[in-house]
Design a protein around this ligand. Sequence first.
Ligand code: BGC
Length: 452
Amino acid sequence: MSHRVQFPADFLWGAATSAYQIEGSPLADGAGPSIWQRFAHTPGMMNNGDTGDVACDHYRRWKSDVALMRELGLKAYRFSISWSRVLPAGRGRVNAKGLDFYERLVDTLLENGIEPLATLFHWDLPAALDDRGGWLNPDIAPWFAEYANVLFNKLDGRVKKWATLNEPWVVTDGGYLHGALAPGHRSKFEAPIASHNLLRAHGAAVQAYRATGKHAIGIVVNLEPKYAATQSAEDLAAVKRADAYMNRQYLDPVYFGTYPAELREIFGEAWPEWPAEDFALIKQPIDYLGINYYTRNVTRYDPNHYPLKVGSVKQHATYTETGWEVFPQGLTDTLTWVRDRYGNPPVYITENGAAFYDPPVAENGVLDDPLRVSYQKKHLAAVADAIARGCDIRGYMAWSLLDNLEWSLGFSKRFGIVHVDFATQQRTIKASGRHYSQVIATNGAVLNGAEG
Ligand code: BGC
């Protein structure tokens, strides 16, 4: 970047995690099982047989984790609430001990000057609701609103930024279409129904919030810009399909009350006719948009890919340990695209980060992760670039505070700015964490003059 980066004075600097990925003790104190608890305990589903039984043991170590956040200088912490800790059967009886856990966490964050950002659903659906069809059952919209209301009534005011869903695209693509994530279904017919009910549930929770809540609520989506491999008509059409499926499938209904036309083409006979009134529910005004950005995709036509017929082309570039190209320009492009298409909504970058192979912690306690430091610098410069172009970006959350359970990839991929030794639960701030502290302390000024 040639220009100097600058962030607004009140820019919200934070880090993010999610419940099943860090908490451990998934059945403690009366919690019900989630679909991730079940999935992780199904042989063959998880890399190395890893589970979230212990993970980062955050359910027991939350206090020292908040102290760590304070040491880093975080101004905000984005976490998710486990639905089945609060409502063990997904609805009905509230488990006071589960709710208390989040109340204590929120209060302790506030005492430490850290703003809590709470996500209501980060993939760990109560198993009891999955038994009743989960996201395929249209009743899940009122079930989700009922659950959301329990949290709003308890914590609104102390939590001032809520998110309904984290990455509904991943829930349906991984959970209902390709099966690599819980609940592990593989059906072209189920995926659009699950998506639609996720959107209806989002709408119902926003509606409930307007009746009781006084602050801000939004949704978190993962966006990945698609660039055409060539200018052939087939590749350009593939880009439109991939973009509709991943980037517009959730945002168009939320902002415009319609689905992108390409979805009917992709799903064919599996694409239902939706009742018009559903779109009124889905299109509730939201206060902000949460964007998770990791990589881009260079897209081509691939007749063998199901059901989108899209493939990708590798670049001469750096790839992370999850095989994702490091492409910071894609973040600027994504943010300006959101600005133009959806009317420049207030945006928080709710996740951004990278898994790289980390060396062991050295004897002097240092862990050097230069690739992650470089990723961080370049992506923060890309955010500053988007702000300079008029995008209304209010904050940035690093993914992730801690190395954690990377879903079905288990503990093999480390995204943390803090290293976790899973044998001892020892935390060590990585060089990227130290760098991020400097970024926060200088409101980004440290990035000027720093080579990525
Ligand atoms: C999710 C996180 C996940 C991260 C890295 C996002 O898809 O919200 O839970 O760990 O990306 O894959």
